[in-house]
Design a protein around this ligand. Sequence first.
Ligand SMILES: NCCC[C@H](NC(=O)CCC(=O)O)C(=O)O
Length: 445
Amino acid sequence: MNFYEANFDGLVGPTHNYAGLSVGNVASLNNAKSLSSPKQAAKQGLQKMQALSKLGLVQGVLAPQERPDVYTLRRLGFSGNDAQVIQQAAKQAPEVLRAVCSASSMWTANAATISPSADTLDGKVHFTPANLTNKFHRSLEPETTGRILKAMFSDERHFAHHSHLPDNDHFGDEGAANHTRLCRGYGDKGVELFVYGRTAFDQQQPAPQKYPARHTKEACEAVARLHGLTDETLVLMQQNPDVIDQGVFHNDVIAVGNQNVLFYHQQAFLHTEQKLAEIQRKFGTHALHFIEVKTSEVSVEEAVKTYLFNTQLVTLANGDMAIIAPTECRDSATVSAYLEQLTGRGTPVRQVHYMDVKQSMQNGGGPACLRLRVALGEQELAAVNPAVLMNDALFGRLNQWVDQHYRDQLTEADLADPQLLIESRQALDELTQILKLGSVYQFQR
Ligand SMILES: NCCC[C@H](NC(=O)CCC(=O)O)C(=O)O
């Protein structure tokens, strides 16, 4: 049987904007209130999906969410019809309106944690949407995420869906941005690395001082339990709190893994040596490549600026691995030189492809943030809703859909325009037909 690792990228929603919502995420704060282009953002994302599909990879699309989230505004006491709710919020609580307008569901690495069937006790692919409790604007995502995932992976013979963890900082869960799977072939039992920023029930454990640790050890343990992972398929690691304080708000800003390669910065983890030994032991005797980037080669600051580690590490049909990097890496002399020499070092990493995802990068989301990985066997892939899988026809159709519905530019003032909600709902209603998702949005129910 053939096995694949499919990437499901978040389609950028019509309200993509820069609101400076993510304390601890340097790019989000630096670009707060800049002019955004939802149309360009969505098209950059589609280009990346198409490019990966052309490289021979299985590529899917994850639909965006309904924004502004007027249901949350109503829960917060704004009333009247939708237009009145939005206008009251714009006047009385502009910061709340900005948060409920965020198109942050585009970063689907944070949508959920997935364990492939080779790793789980019941032999099903397990999905747990991330609760994203640490950021208000992101905590609005998990319910709809769960509905969309169920509409894409509906076959209960293959797919098991869990509710997101309790909505509290003790179980703060950021999904696959803090989860990496190492394996031989995608269909072999793997080792799943869960990376956390702090231990919620033990304040004595190390934790960052300046910026929040969004993800807790307790959340990692809960997801591993839900997915039926045994101790032999699981490694829990703590992110180095010092790098969180330098803007590494998710582990995928400082490390990325694929099959038998773990590519990470020297300062990424706590107790690195001991943890790498545990990974090797659980991985078995098969060759495992730990590619460590030293601080002297690339500083943490440069890694955060260029997103060297927020790259996708993918396996091509001939077995070579390619790094899918943002153009910011090419524009840095240090990082591009590093990547150039890396491909000639005799590791499985042999190619680098640069992609322009600047609209997303300016909010702190690189190529890896934009995708959710799901390793699937042939039969499981055949059970995925085929309408969400990328091909030339879908690429053309979605570009046309973006052209028809998206604005070229969006400013903070535009978020108060009730017409934006009407436009977004029209766009999403049509999208659910294109992607054959059924009624996943609240306005359709
Ligand atoms: N994995 C990348 C996630 C980036 C995301 N940025 C944001 O939500 C910024 C939104 C804004 O500031 O408008 C975050 O920090 O969770």
